[in-house]
Design a protein around this ligand. Structure first.
Ligand code: FES
Length: 205
């Protein structure tokens, strides 16, 4: 009788201990599964976000929408032929003094980045080197921007002189680097206005 009485509590204690161990293993397994699920979700979300940023080119925009660098060799001379910068969709112009100021606002010359999208209906505006200003009542001037779609015509500073466009050509934020190259931020566009010539940035090469 004495043996049976002492073994019963030991057996109960062992069963309790085993039950505790089983429960602990279940908790550990559930925790592991939960952590794995969160990790998987985080990875999935990360790859989706990365794909989104990549698709819309938001991480490090290059070309149009970002900063485009124009080497010193491509910067026109004052009064020279404007440089077409295709990857930034702009014309780089080097104004001599108040050149292109057809409305009398003034200007000391320098570099201007003109967004080539026509403010009328969006056609690409080319530089027309042979265009005679006399055709639009500005005799003595040769070479202006002229839109092929509806004839809007702009001075060398992008100021509208003729046609249906509601305003001058838009300008982009421009800065000069120490090595004579130029950075144009094609994501920073300012609506064109009569003061376009005043926006020119001094350039000494
Ligand atoms: S789109 Fe340029 S004048 Fe109409």
């Amino acid at each position: 009788m004495a043996t049976a009485d002492s073994s019963a509590p030991r057996s109960t204690a062992r069963r309790l201990e085993q039950a505790k161990q089983v429960e602990a293993r279940k908790v550990a397994r559930r925790s592991f599964l939960r952590v794995s699920a969160f990790a998987g979700l985080a990875l999935f979300t990360g790859s989706l976000l990365s794909g989104f940023l990549g698709f819309f080119n938001l991480r490090h925009p290059t070309g149009f929408g970002g900063v485009v660098t124009v080497s010193k060799a491509r910067v026109p001379q004052p009064s020279g032929t404007p440089e077409r910068v295709s990857d930034g969709k702009f014309w780089l112009v080097n104004l001599a003094g108040a050149e292109g100021d057809v409305l009398g606002v003034g200007g000391a010359g320098g570099l201007l980045a003109l967004y080539w999208k026509c403010p009328h209906l969006g056609c690409t505006v080319p530089w027309n080197p042979g265009f005679q200003g006399a055709q639009v009542n500005f005799p003595g001037i040769t070479g202006w921007f002229r839109c092929p779609c509806h004839g809007s015509t702009y001075s060398r500073a992008g100021v509208r002189v003729f046609g249906p466009a509601p305003r001058p050509m838009d300008t982009m934020l421009l800065s000069v680097n120490g090595d004579g190259s130029v950075n144009v931020n094609t994501g920073k566009i300012t609506g064109g206005a009569a003061d376009n010539p005043l926006r020119a940035v001094a350039y000494n090469g």
